[in-house]
Design a protein around this ligand. Structure first.
Ligand code: NAP
Length: 394
């Protein structure tokens, strides 16, 4: 297949480093046009038995000129996959189905779950200059798009980044979604960066799962002091990842253990519930300290109340919490996964520099996606659960 790609004044990729600017160049797709592909889909929400392997799922289509089709070599699971399988976020997903091209026939089904991908670009939209077919890439696609438990997935170039050379596809697929969520919370919500981390004390509640293990590494790569809260059997992993102080939340009340430590500049809460009120007491007041939680009622409110009332309830809840803590000298924030190729570029550099490594607990073949869901649903994750989808050599 041969698609002519002309220079466009509209830079939908990363404009400053576009390849081939000023020239007309041909993009050759190594992907002969197919009409169907294998994927794991759900046709309704429910428990694990709604997952169905289907060899005849419609092949994804490039809808916008800044999109690429990626052949998925590996994907990984996140709690959002288990939650979405059960119907979490369904109202928001339904609302977004047509403009965001999950499906145009009035239903979000068949729905493909999976957010992480590491794979090879097979085809590029007409405005894509930054990538070309054959490039080895990684990405996390947002929940309103079809997912990565499939042979092919469509992503926008703004979501895609070159895969770190030092990682296999299986390793790379474990990183994007959790690290971009950690990035959104720590960088976008708390203002942390390489320059601002040294000297900062950061507490991570729920440090042993996907988000926790990636957050520790990002913060340590940037020189923060990290206190990790986890079960005792994750201590060795926490030490290996560089945590400076480790608290076992099961041996004694967390509140009592935190009272014996200095206060924190930043708290990242991956657990929520009663942890929130407890943790907020341990920030340094009037010093710019920030609490950010990833466990928010945003989609739950939409599911329960509908989009309009749900958004209203969410806005009121967030505003009241932000103001309440603002007057106590503390910034209160909610963090949300944010797809970002540019952030993945920076993460990739840290990976190739040996500062961030994949933390993989278990790898499943594509035929065992339901077993991978079962494993994640059982809880107590120690890093990530990865799915090998297609052989990169074929
Ligand atoms: N807002 C967003 O956009 C967004 C994005 C991604 C994830 N999230 C949410 O963030 C949370 C964490 O995600 P994840 O991918 O890291 O999940 P995960 O991989 O399942 O890890 C959760 C970890 O927390 C530990 N844990 C459970 N209870 C704990 C407690 N009371 N104190 C300390 N550790 C505890 C678990 O191990 P043990 O039970 O063995 O201790 C497990 O290691 C999930 O609720 C997820 O839904 C939100």
């Amino acid at each position: 297949m041969h698609i002519v790609c002309r220079r466009s004044a509209l830079h939908l990729g990363r404009g400053s480093i576009l390849a081939g600017v000023g020239k007309e160049r041909g993009i050759h797709s190594s992907c002969p046009r197919r009409t169907v592909m294998p994927a794991w889909v759900i046709d309704k929400y429910g428990s694990n038995d709604v997952l169905r392997y289907n060899e005849n799922v419609l092949f994804p289509i490039i809808h916008y000129p800044n999109e690429v089709i990626i052949k998925v070599h590996a994907a990984s699971l996140n709690p959002i996959d288990v939650n979405m399988r059960s119907g979490y976020g369904a109202k928001s997903l339904k609302m977004s189905r047509d403009p965001l091209h999950i499906k145009t026939s009035g239903s979000e089904f068949p729905l493909i779950l999976g957010r992480d991908v590491s794979g090879t670009i097979m085809e590029c939209g007409l405005d894509v200059k930054y990538f070309k077919p054959g490039d080895q890439v990684w990405a996390a696609v947002p929940p309103w798009k079809q997912g990565t438990f499939a042979e092919f997935v469509v992503a926008s170039v703004n979501e895609v980044s070159f895969k770190p050379k030092s990682l296999s596809h299986t390793e790379a697929a474990s990183i994007p979604y959790v690290t971009l969520t950690a990035w959104a919370a720590l960088v976008n919500s708390c203002g942390l960066s390489k320059e601002k981390c040294p000297g900062k004390r950061v507490l991570i509640l729920g440090s042993s799962g996907g988000i926790g293990t990636s957050s520790i590494q990002l913060l340590k790569a940037w020189g923060a002091h990290v206190t990790a809260v986890c079960s005792g059997n994750a201590f060795t992993l926490m030490k290996d990842l560089g945590a400076d102080d480790i608290i076992d939340y099961k041996v004694a009340p967390l509140e009592d253990q935190l009272k014996t430590r200095d206060q924190f500049d930043v708290i990242l809460d991956n657990i929520g519930g009663t942890n929130e009120a407890l943790a907020l007491q341990f920030l340094k007041p009037w010093s710019g300290a920030t609490y950010v939680t990833l466990v928010t009622p945003f989609l739950y409110n939409n599911d329960q109340l509908g989009i309009a009332d749900g958004m209203m309830r969410t806005g009121v809840t967030l505003a009241s919490k932000v103001f309440k803590h603002y007057y106590k000298g503390i910034h209160y924030r909610w963090g949300f996964f944010t797809p970002s190729g540019p952030a993945l570029d920076e993460v990739g550099e840290l990976v190739d520099a040996g500062k961030i490594r994949p933390v993989i607990e278990e790898i499943f073949p594509f035929s065992k996606v339901p077993q991978a869901f079962q494993k994640l649903e059982a809880g107590h994750a120690r890093g990530k659960t990865v799915i090998q989808v297609t052989d990169p050599e074929k």
